[in-house]
Ligand binder design. Structure first.
Ligand SMILES: [Zn+2]
Length: 412
């Protein structure tokens, strides 16, 4: 009660104009939300994720608040958009309501709010405004500018690496990646690794995992040095740059999303370009590991890999490699987000036709018997689903790749 009185006196002494000027905007890269209500005097904001026709799940949101009074108690109410993101489909509210939202005073470092209150489809996040201007988001954002930053960081640490343009998107944006290590057939490196994130734009956490992997790879850990010596690594921080840039969800986009686009006639130039490069590496006998980084449903509590549906029917060497991969990954991904000990299976994808259009399956179906092709789903709805938590998973993933390749997965 005492602190409530103190707070009241504090508020009374504030210039009223400051609070009355509070505004909420999404007019910045990646920003997204439909702002329903901003009540400066009561400190109340109501948003829904913006529904963008044909651009996939409306779950991501990312706002900037200006003109708040530092220390002022604010409530942010998040409800789901009610309109269809594609014909006949309205997204369940749970996807847009993490237990804890992300908050930042500089749009660079993000912390989590306390747990929100959920009732009747409404999530309410209560915070004390950390500054007059601050950002709130579904999770820590990872934009095309972050992708460029991490690529430049790698290049500055490893001068032999090469930033490349994978493709220009349908929206005219550049998808960049980096090749770390070898350059061609005369190179002594044996193995080839492809790591990509963000085929689903809302899954920003997957890009932070990729960044953690890449940062670890540039470092002094003997396992990282070894991996750089024995393998050429290709890393693409964001595949669906168009939707990441505008803060759209991407998943279940029209006509289909990036991770359902891996067939003989891809809709997205970046998917076609990734396929082409992977086929070339495979033809040159320089391909071993394909990792596609994602975030799963909000009820999951541990990161996990999707295994192949037909594991028992795969060539013996691939069965052996899947089992070795799981063993080294369990040893490496130990927490604060420890790996689920067994593979899960994407049984929600019903038909073989659709299953074969998923990237990890397409790669498996188009490359050598020994190739390990898999999807990592890193959980986003936990207290450790932060920049730091995701990057730690990424670093541990790097350790797993290094140990896995040490075990001679080609068997020859
Ligand atoms: Zn995904």
């Amino acid at each position: 009660m005492k602190s409530a009185i103190v707070t009241c006196l504090f508020l009374i002494s504030l210039p009223i104009a400051a609070a009355a000027d509070m505004t909420v905007t999404t007019e910045f890269p990646g920003g997204s939300a439909e702002v329903k209500v901003v009540d400066a005097n009561s400190g109340f904001i109501h948003i829904t994720p913006e529904v963008r026709a044909e651009r996939g799940w409306p779950c991501w949101w990312y706002i900037r608040v200006d003109g708040a009074v530092a220390g002022q108690s604010l409530s942010l109410k998040v409800t789901a958009g009610q309109s269809e993101f594609r014909p006949g489909r309205v997204l369940n509210a749970a996807w847009s309501q993490p237990d804890r939202a992300a908050v930042s005073v500089d749009n660079v470092a993000w912390t989590q709010t306390s747990t929100c209150h959920k009732a009747d489809g409404v999530a309410t996040y209560t915070i004390d405004a950390p500054a007059s201007t601050f950002w709130m988001a579904w999770g820590p954002p990872f934009l095309p500018s972050h992708a460029d930053e991490v690529l430049q960081f790698i290049k500055s640490r490893l001068s032999q690496s090469t930033v490349f343009e994978l493709a220009v998107t349908r929206g005219g944006r550049t998808v960049r990646g980096i090749r770390i290590g070898g350059t061609g057939t005369e190179d002594a490196r044996t193995y080839g690794v492809w790591v990509q994130a963000r085929q689903h734009a809302w899954e920003a956490g997957s890009s932070w995992v990729g960044r953690g992997f890449a940062e670890w790879l540039t470092g002094d850990d003997p396992s990282a040095e070894k991996l750089r010596r024995i393998a050429t690594i290709y890393y693409v921080p964001i595949m669906d740059v168009d939707n990441a840039a505008i803060g759209a969800g991407g998943k279940d986009a029209v006509p289909r999303d990036h991770n359902r686009d891996w067939d003989d006639n891809p809709h997205y130039p970046e998917v076609a370009a990734a396929q082409q490069r992977i086929l070339e590496l495979n033809a040159a006998d320089r391909f071993d590991v394909f990792l596609d980084l994602h975030n799963p449903g909000g009820g999951e509590r541990r990161p996990y890999f999707f295994g192949p549906f037909n594991l028992d029917a795969l060539p013996a060497i691939q069965q052996q490699n899947h089992s070795r991969w799981l063993a080294v990954s369990r040893e490496a991904i130990t927490g604060p987000l420890p790996l689920e000990p067994q593979y899960k299976f994407a049984t929600y994808v019903r038909t073989d036709e659709e299953r074969n259009r998923m990237s990890a399956n397409w790669v498996r179906n188009h490359t050598a018997d020994h190739v390990l092709s898999t999807t990592l789903e890193t959980v986003w709805n936990t207290p450790h689903s932060t920049q730091e938590g995701y990057r730690t998973v990424g670093a541990q993933l790097g350790l797993a790749v290094s140990r896995y390749l040490e075990s001679n997965p080609r068997g020859r």
